[in-house]
Design a binder for this molecule. Sequence first.
Ligand code: RP5
Length: 174
Amino acid sequence: MGSPNIGVIMGSASDLPVVEKGTPVLEELGIEFEVAIASAHRTPEDVENYAAGAASRGLKALIAVAGLSAALPGVVAASTTLPVIGVPVKGGALDGLDALLSIAQMPPGVPAASVGLNAMKNACLMAARIAAVAEPALGEKLGQYAAKEAGKVRASREKLAGLPAAPESAYRKA
Ligand code: RP5
């Protein structure tokens, strides 16, 4: 067990179901990660300390998961120079639109990337791509992962049986 490369911080334990939908891809890629719970509004000092110390602990990218006003990714981004990927959690009165916009609409000078609502797998893959910049072997694994995903799409065309499906040649360069 090496030291974690990726930190996943969530605003509440209620975000765990979203987190657990994505972290298996980090395990599949063999990436060490850690998970944390800290609220930008209820434990702000914990968030700032976690973010400020993340780089010195060897983390390469942070994924911040939050719903409602979703201040967490922005507060994390304000306390580190590591890349921060925000995951807006679907739910609440506005079904997550508030969280999505809160993450995406950061003020200039404090960048936080955002993926789509509950898109934890993409956040994990983006963090993996960031870590792979310094780790070619991980880039290879990401290539293999993409090839596997492409194979699933191609294999799914068999479901078009009985329908006027496009010929396989249609998917190849003329
Ligand atoms: C956010 O408020 C959390 O990330 C969570 O998505 C939402 C609700 O938090 P709880 O009331 O479930 O603790 O800060």
